[in-house]
Write a new protein. Sequence first.
Length: 266
Amino acid sequence: MNDVKISAEHVRKYYAETSAHPIRAIEDVNLDVKEGEFVSLLGPSGCGKSTFLFMVGGFERPTSGMCFIDGKPIQGPGADRGIVFQEYALFPWQKVRHNISYGMRIAGKSKVEQDRRVAELIQMTGLQGFEDRYPEHLSGGMKQRVAIARALAYDPQILLMDEPFGALDAQTRSKMISDLISIHQKTRKTTLFVTHNVEEAILLSDKVALFSARPSRIKTVFPIEMPHPRKVTDDGFVKYERQILDSLEEEMWKTEQMDANAAHQQ
Ligand code: ADP
């Protein structure tokens, strides 16, 4: 059990819990993520995937139950976790290189160390030639590369990604997926990746954790036993896709029914 990096035990999260109408986002999530694993959190919109990621990030606390890193309860955010959001969250007034080194500057790392690390990350994330641009002069894909480089700057043990490719066009997304696979192969960061895209989840992950409709549980964890690089046309891929899509569609249908009932009651 020593190689379990992140775990969740009976995690429940209700918002507005003291009000007459609490929002029951997560009912009971249990999950073990091993050191170095890439795990996708997949599920219908609004089922609590981001909420779960934020609890692992230390930005939200469970209503009951607990999330752990290396067996220790998560008490708040920390430099052991790098986070990438869908909306880039870059500083528009800083060049690419300074966006990446931001955390290191705050932490008082030497200029030599900052420069060495920034050069390494620029190389790893394919940003060569863009070091001195400002975010407004970058494409969506390039901005997301900067966000990934910035999350890795501290050399965190864990990478948390919240639909990082959700806003990208199909071609850019596909390139970002293959680049993220090679970054993961180089760094072996334990990664939690939120998505509602089945294809993305299968292409990237060691395991896909499928969340049920809200209030959610983890319905099934699918281990994806296929070597990289994976192709959407591989027999194995198509089999996993069918299996996961069937299960996901069931939960999406339940969510739609629930939303329709709620709308009817208003
Ligand atoms: P997902 O990432 O799966 O789309 P979220 O975690 O964003 O789902 O949201 C789960 C549920 O919790 C949704 O019903 C959402 O509206 C609700 N929710 C999320 N954040 C808050 C918040 N800060 N306050 C109240 N409700 C929230």
